[in-house]
Design a protein around this ligand. Structure first.
Ligand code: CP
Length: 329
């Protein structure tokens, strides 16, 4: 595996999920693979889960992780080509990427969308430079438009809980109904998490419904065959999994509003009233989450909330991806 950005990079999903179960059962089985190997984890933006789960996954595989916080531990980096570098950025990605790549075997990069220029963000300008100049396998640790490590962990979690239900004789012979619901947030957030969640759920054995206020339509490339329902309560009806997330305007139906907050409607906050119309759904969120904005305390603290096991599975998803990259070096 040379890159991990999209669901297509992981190949057969059932095989990937089986591998994830094996990695979770015996995480140190492949410790020899990473011997004398180094992964560079480059962060342009803050992180708790991605940073720690990636390091843990690398250590489980016997690999040495190096973490670099751009602009804090390093020089500030220029990301745009052809500019006169007379500002506060001392080094260009054009040099920094091959230098970093010369110190490692795999590179992971977190670089959020700027949310001002849709074309710059949706062409994954920074991630593409890593691919072009690193010459090493590259993992998106959440780039401008995708967060595949999160979406893979989300799928592993849904698969795990659905299998556990079926082992108890529940929900036999049907696919889970998974609802991705927009929820309010005080700041403008990127679309990477909902984009990847939709992309991965479309490829998985689930029925996906996406619900959001008008104007928040995700890029059709990610929505795929999912049902889009503007009435949130209707969408949540009989859901087995409720995945809440905020995102800013993707600029699909209103390009001039790209990256803006169009609504802070708190009637979209997931609370007991919303969960009551579901099929006793499990609640999911990628974290970090704003309590009583995205979800009420009562829902996230309930026994049906699986946000902590979901976060724990970030190690599993990262480890499957790194394992495959190590095997192909
Ligand atoms: N879900 C997620 O990516 O968390 P962090 O931003 O803390 O890494």
């Amino acid at each position: 595996m040379r890159s991990f950005f999209h669901v297509s990079d992981i190949g057969d999903l059932n095989a990937a999920l089986a591998e994830a179960r094996e990695v979770k059962r015996t995480p140190y089985q492949w410790h020899h693979l990473g011997e004398h190997r180094t992964i560079m984890l480059v962060f342009f933006n803050s992180s708790l889960r991605t940073r720690l789960s990636s390091q843990k996954a690398a250590l489980n595989l016997g690999m040495s992780p190096i973490v670099l916080n751009i602009g804090q531990d390093s020089w500030k980096l220029e990301t745009e080509l052809g500019v006169v570098m007379d500002g506060d950025k001392s080094e260009h990605l054009r040099e920094a990427i091959p230098v970093m790549a010369s110190y490692c075997d795999i590179i992971g990069v977190r670089s959020f969308a700027g949310l001002t220029d849709r074309e710059f963000d949706y062409s994954e300008t920074i991630l593409r430079q890593f691919v072009e100049y690193a010459g090493k396998p590259v993992i998106s640790l959440e780039s401008a438009t995708v967060h595949p490590c999160q979406a893979f962990a989300d799928l592993i979690t849904i698969d795990e809980y659905w299998r556990a239900d079926q082992a108890q004789g529940l929900n036999i012979g049907r696919r889970p109904k998974v609802v991705l619901t927009w929820a309010p947030h005080p700041r403008a957030l990127p679309q990477a998490v909902p984009n990847s969640f939709a992309e991965w759920m479309n490829a998985a054995d689930v029925d996906l419904v996406i619900t959001h206020p008008e104007g928040y339509e995700l890029d059709p490339l990610f929505v795929g065959k999912a049902q889009v329902e503007y009435d949130q309560m209707k969408a949540l009806q009989d859901a087995d999994f409720v995945y809440a997330k905020n995102w800013s305007c993707p600029g699909v139906t209103c390009p001039q509003d790209y990256g803006k907050i169009l609504s802070k409607d708190t009637s979209w906050t997931i609370d007991d009233w919303h969960m009551a119309v579901t099929n006793n759904a499990r609640f999911m969120h990628c974290l970090p989450v704003r309590r009583n904005m995205i979800v009420s305390d009562s829902v996230i603290d309930s026994p049906r909330s699986i946000v902590i096991p979901e976060a724990a599975n970030r190690v599993v998803s990262a480890q499957v991806v790194m394992k495959r990259m190590l095997e192909s070096l």
